[in-house]
Design a protein around this ligand. Structure first.
Ligand SMILES: Cc1ncc(C[n+]2csc(CCOP(=O)(O)OP(=O)(O)O)c2C)c(N)n1
Length: 350
């Protein structure tokens, strides 16, 4: 059955799979570089929370193959709809890393320019961005632009009604949208087994008539190859595609969470053995595409990237609290006017 996802997640790094080609070495090297830089950026952002420079940061350490795969599988004309956890995907897409962190500094709702980057603001309410992505993809199809929307979502968010409405609408209207579910095992402290009884999250697409596949989310070659297929499928007018990537969140939900309370150190260690960067590095070295000098050079590049972020984030944001009240309604409601007056009184009393 062409429509059913594979019974086991597609993997390519350790064994061939006739249905999915291994991406060419230059692409895998680009993915490796982006994963190393992304991980260093992620660690830097976590450090900035400890210094009080960022309010909160949801780490994606361990999920780099999904993050980088998402950004590299679409082009500049396509749209990306990320969640709060997808900062590494945005950095890989070429968005200024300090602009990516602007929201987490409490400076603005979104620090980057949405229309020119073709990247929606990082979405915190679970699954609402799936509907935005489908609507936008449908609009692009009607314009005949050839653009595709790729929407990122977590395992827990597939329990939300919005996700199901989005799948249904996308299938009926054959919208050019790709859903990438990063199944990282937990919705904060709730394991997948307590969230879903489906045989796989990829099966959730099938009931709606959405072509679906599951992939080893810690295998960068497989993630890229399956996403290539999904994006080509959507772009050709064949309709939406859902990819479930099996991965693991190595850190806590955010820096404010204690993951030791709901999962074992042995479980975390098992996943550390399947680290996506180590696996791609081993593959590239064995094939003669990567050596010690290149690894060192990329590591130094990642350090430099983090140093720049660190330095630039030291500048105090120029937050104007009244911005909260702008762009809400064309005509502010009486309640908003009242709240704004209260804020002004508080500011004056300071
Ligand atoms: C509509 C909605 N309900 C509840 C929350 C609170 N919440 C924030 S993150 C989260 C868990 C999400 O888990 P998952 O979708 O698996 O994504 P992950 O954080 O693992 O990347 C919850 C319940 C929210 N943000 N939005």
């Amino acid at each position: 059955m062409e429509w059913l996802p594979s019974s086991t997640p597609v993997g390519l790094l350790e064994q061939p799979d006739a249905r999915y080609p291994v991406p060419e070495p230059p692409r895998l090297l680009a993915a490796y570089r982006a994963m190393v830089v992304g991980r260093r950026f992620d660690a830097q952002a976590t450090t900035l929370t400890k210094q009080g420079r960022l309010a909160v940061y949801p780490s994606s350490r361990g999920q780099e193959a999904c993050q980088v795969g998402a950004a590299l599988s679409i082009g500049a004309q396509d749209w990306l709809f990320p969640t709060y956890r997808d900062s590494v995907a945005l950095v890989t897409r070429g968005i200024d890393p300090v602009e990516v962190l602007t929201l987490l500094r409490g400076d603005w709702h979104c620090g980057y320019d949405v229309p020119s980057t073709r990247t929606a603001p990082q979405c915190t309410p679970l699954a609402t961005q799936t509907l935005h992505a489908v609507g936008l993809a449908h609009g692009e199809a009607r314009k005949g632009s050839g653009a595709v929307a790729l929407v990122l979502i977590g395992d827990g968010a597939t329990s939300e009604g919005d996700f199901h409405e989005a799948l249904n609408f996308a299938a009926v209207f054959r919208a050019p949208v790709v859903f990438l579910v990063q199944n990282n095992g937990y919705a904060i402290s709730v394991p997948l087994a307590k969230q879903s009884a489906a045989p796989s999250l990829a099966h959730k697409g099938i009931g709606y008539g959405v072509r679906s596949e599951q992939v080893d989310g810690n295998d960068a070659a497989a993630v890229l190859s399956v996403l290539d297929t999904a994006v080509a499928h959507a772009r050709s007018g064949a309709g939406p595609f859902l990819v479930e990537a099996h991965t693991y969140r190595m850190e806590a939900h955010t820096n404010a969470d204690d993951a030791g309370r709901y999962r074992s150190a042995e479980e975390v260690e098992r996943w550390r053995q399947r680290d996506p960067i180590d696996r791609l590095e081993r593959h590239l070295r064995a094939a003669g595409h990567l050596d010690d000098a290149a690894v060192e050079r990329i590591g130094a590049e990642a350090e430099e990237f983090a140093a720049q972020v660190r330095e630039r984030v030291q500048d105090e944001p120029s937050t104007d609290p009244e911005e909260l009240f702008r762009h809400v309604y064309a005509e502010p409601t009486p309640q908003l006017r009242e709240q704004l007056a209260e804020l002004r009184a508080e500011q004056e009393a300071l």
